[in-house]
Design a protein around this ligand. Structure first.
Ligand code: FES
Ligand code: FES
Length: 141
């Protein structure tokens, strides 16, 4: 694949073939929803995680992004990254992890920031809905 308009081929791959596009019912107890926007450009990302209560791990994850190629690629890559992680692990993901993998240029860093914000917001939504799971998670059991 060729690079077009300076996009790295990894971005193009995720953009052309995004992983895990979709949505879960917001009301589901096991689902955490993150909906965030990038003030710099007005792009919007919705990311949802489904958490397994017993393992405390992210069983399933979907996204919908209204935004640029880098934002779509960032969310697509993020869904691959967080699947199977505990909430604690997923909460530690930095936008630079995403940017590095996708070789985003500096002007596109805020697109990967959207992905970091989205997973953090999905996790906190899940915790809000499931205060008991949070206690377990934080004590490291
Ligand atoms: Fe939003 Fe890139 S500025 S699409
Ligand atoms: Fe705004 Fe990518 S999220 S340009």
């Amino acid at each position: 694949p060729v690079q077009r308009r300076g996009y790295h081929e990894k971005v193009l791959d995720h953009y052309n073939n995004p992983r895990n596009v979709g949505s879960f019912k917001k009301g589901d107890q096991d689902v955490g929803t993150g909906l965030v926007g990038a003030p710099a450009c007005g792009d919007v990302m919705k990311l949802q995680i489904r958490v397994n209560k017993d393992s405390g791990k992210i069983d399933d994850v979907v996204f919908k992004t209204f935004g640029c190629g880098s934002a779509i690629a960032s969310s697509s890559y993020l869904t691959e990254l967080v699947r199977g992680m505990t909430l604690e692990e997923a909460g530690k993901i930095k936008n630079t992890d995403v940017a590095k993998e996708l070789c985003l240029p500096p002007v596109k860093l805020h697109c990967s920031m959207l992905a970091e914000d989205a997973i953090k917001s999905a996790i906190s939504d899940y915790h809000k809905k499931n205060p008991n799971v949070r206690a377990t998670d934080l004590s490291g059991t």
